[in-house]
Design a protein around this ligand. Structure first.
Ligand SMILES: *Cc1c(COP(=O)(O)O)cnc(C)c1O
Length: 353
């Protein structure tokens, strides 16, 4: 092949592989933690209104209006907010701008599998810290000198959340490095670490509109932290892409954040469906990791994950499997509508006899 034409640094890189987006119709898609509900109708209206001749012009490079909306909702100042094209981009800039040091950064052995990919891309040294046998973070294990700490809370793909008290303990004992909390799923029942941003200048919170605001297709994420941390992110952004959010994304995100009623209604429904599905799966013989996210991480007592995966697929239900040590027998199931959850339970009853 022609790999000599490639830059050295990407020749052996293993990219992140997102869950598939099947092109076939009529499928129950429970594999990428998208929200089963559509975005707020106010978002669609805002997008229609923004789809006009002004698309000729570049968007506001700083996304000031959206930043101020986020600042108002989370009770911080606009200088504490950073915007990105999905939180994956915010994470990428964070790894480059705040986590590349001599000492290795730390994150759990089982977590969002994008983290090691950013480390490989940016040549950042890291060390994984094993979750305990119940897939919980042991905060004592993060005491060693490090170049930074990244925790997804609730964690992916387990759904487990760390209590605010333990999170505070970890942050209090890590004052010399940046602690990044990836809160992609926080709106489904965990407690946000946002109040700690005011107390600790080394804490960066990252959130996304992809999950709890039903906007995975629009690509909007943000970070909140001390101005000093945000300044580093702005520097990276302005060396990479001055206009990460287009006019449509800015308008849609703004409308989504302002429709609090819709947000409350849909997230409560997902929490309710999750807790009901967890009970049903337990009665079908699954071990279910307690979840504060919009998905469940489950293992069956006798039937293998691969078998269930395949049988579900034949019934046009797609869930996620991670062929990695420790979790090879687990499946991650996104929470669908009540009808989709019922369909899943019916299929599992059939498969498990
Ligand atoms: C989904 C997810 C993201 C990425 O979300 P986008 O904003 O869509 O890029 C980040 N972190 C975790 C843990 C996720 O599960």
């Amino acid at each position: 092949m022609m790999r000599e034409l490639w830059s050295d640094c990407i020749r052996s890189i293993e990219p992140y592989r997102p869950g598939e987006q099947p092109q076939i119709g009529q499928i129950i898609k429970l594999n990428t933690n998208e929200n089963p509900y559509p975005p707020s109708p106010a978002v669609i209206d805002a997008l229609r209104e923004a789809a006009n001749e002004s698309l000729r012009l570049y968007p506001d490079p700083e996304g000031m209006v959206l930043k101020q909306t986020i600042a108002d909702i989370y009770n911080v100042s606009q200088e504490n907010v950073f915007l990105g094209n999905g939180s994956d981009e915010v994470l990428a800039h964070t790894f480059l701008g705040l986590l590349k040091h001599d000492l290795p950064i730390l994150f759990p052995d089982i977590t969002y599998s994008f983290y090691p990919v950013y480390c490989a891309l940016y040549n950042i040294s890291y060390q994984t810290v094993a979750l305990d046998e119940h897939f919980q973070v042991n905060v004592e294990d993060y005491g060693q000198p490090n170049g930074g700490i990244v925790l997804s809370n609730p964690n992916a793909p387990t759904g487990s959340a760390l209590s605010p008290a333990l999170l505070r303990y970890l942050i209090e004992h890590s004052r010399d490095s940046v602690v990044v909390i990836d809160e992609a799923y926080v709106d489904f029942g965990a407690e946000t670490a946002l109040p700690m941003v005011k107390e600790f200048s080394n804490v960066l919170i990252i959130q996304t509109l992809s999950k709890s605001r039903s906007l995975a297709g629009l690509r909007v994420g943000f970070a909140i932290g001390d101005r000093n941390l945000i300044e580093a992110l702005n520097l990276v952004k302005n060396c990479f892409n001055s206009y990460p959010l287009g006019r449509l994304a800015l308008a849609g995100a703004e409308a989504a954040l302002k429709d609090r009623n819709y947000f409350e209604k849909t997230r409560q429904q997902i929490i309710k469906s999750r807790d009901l599905l967890a009970e049903e799966l337990v009665s079908l013989g699954f071990h279910v990791v307690p979840s504060k996210a919009n998905f469940l991480f489950v293992k069956h007592g006798s039937c293998s994950a691969r078998e269930i995966l395949q049988q579900l697929r034949q019934r046009k239900i797609v869930v996620r499997h991670f062929p990695q040590p420790r979790i090879i027998e687990y499946l991650r199931i996104s929470i669908g509508t009540p009808e989709e959850c019922a369909e899943l339970v019916r299929a599992l009853q059939e498969i498990l006899g």
